[in-house]
Design a protein around this ligand. Structure first.
Ligand code: SAM
Length: 301
């Protein structure tokens, strides 16, 4: 664990946690098989499943896209990761993925959700050769993020900037300049790993889900293929193959399922409600009709 990370003020944090409204990190956690969510989050996740019973596939495939992209970065020699919009700790976090390839990898996690901060202490468990740090900050404050990240990362060397499923919580006027500000700070050889809900992927279902989430607490900015590509082209980055594609089509490989799906007792699973049952489902049988998030990886040259 990084020595620089302040212990969260539990009482202060609790006051800032609004459990009456759904929150992105916690709704996402429901579909990743986590337990750090509240009834409002489960209700929002259930509304998404009502619109599309296979909606959990988008979340799980987004997470697996991130795993493949971080693995690629580490295999290409990148040893530093800045993961903004980290989400709640789950089974495979960026430092575990990166350090499984490169034990000396350093990771800075950034999120603006106090629930994520509460769990950050558990998340910040780097292997002995690497290092992790956690910054509570908003993606809208790139300068503050970069200043804090410099405690752990050397921006003179390549960094993988991970913006997975977070830019769709930021409106265009802010999102494009923020990505440019962050990419400007990166050294050549750095990578941008990004995913964003598509406006032209299964638009009817996603429209219903977006509306359900908005009514329950948060808005999402869906972006078209061209709008997602702009994060790469505006910043002169080199697009890695296969370009901007739905996440399950980005260098696909068989997905290792959640631990729960390995060997479920059919009788036990049958007794669960629809929502809890999703975590016992494998995700390798997937179609374009199931996935509504674009993924892209690009390199700064
Ligand atoms: C859908 S989760 C994605 C988690 C993870 N990146 C992944 O793809 O598996 C989105 C995360 O972004 C965080 N987030 C949303 N808006 C943010 C903002 N403006 N600044 C920082 N984090 C934000 C949420 O709290 C949540 O943890």
């Amino acid at each position: 664990m990084s020595a620089d990370v302040p212990a969260p003020d539990a009482a202060g944090l609790r006051e800032r946690i609004d459990t009456t409204k759904a929150h992105p990190a916690r709704v996402y956690d429901v579909f990743l098989g986590g337990k750090d969510n509240y009834p409002a989050d489960r209700e929002a996740a259930a509304a998404a499943l009502a619109a599309n019973p296979r909606a959990y596939l988008t979340v799980r495939h987004n997470r697996d896209f991130m795993r493949r992209a971080v693995t690629l970065a580490a295999k290409e020699g990148v040893r530093q990761f800045l993961d903004i919009g980290t989400g709640l700790p789950t089974q495979r976090n960026v430092h575990q993925i990166a350090q499984s390839v490169a034990p000396d990898a350093r990771v800075v996690y950034v999120d603006n959700d106090p629930v994520v901060l509460v769990h950050a202490q558990a998340l910040l468990t780097s292997g002995p050769e690497g290092r992790t740090d956690y910054v509570e900050a908003d993606l809208r404050e790139p300068v503050r993020i970069l200043d804090a990240a410099r405690r752990t990362l050397d921006f003179g060397r390549p960094v993988a900037l991970v913006l997975a499923a977070v830019l769709h919580f930021i409106e265009d006027e802010v999102a494009y300049p923020v990505v440019t500000r962050l990419v400007d700070a990166l050294a050549p050889g750095s990578l941008l790993v990004l995913s964003n809900v598509g406006s032209d992927l299964n638009p009817e279902q996603v429209g219903t889900i977006t509306k359900a989430f908005k009514e329950r607490g948060f808005a999402m900015v869906r972006r078209s293929h061209a709008q997602v590509a702009r994060f790469v082209t505006d910043n002169g980055l080199e697009l890695l193959e296969p370009g901007v594609v739905p996440v399950h089509r980005w260098r696909p490989e068989p997905v290792v399922d959640l631990a729960e799906s390995a060997d479920p007792d059919p009788e036990f699973v049958a007794g669960l409600d629809e929502l809890d049952r999703t975590r016992y489902r494998g995700i390798n049988a997937v179609t374009d009709a199931d996935v509504s998030v674009y993924g892209v990886v690009a390199r700064k040259v």
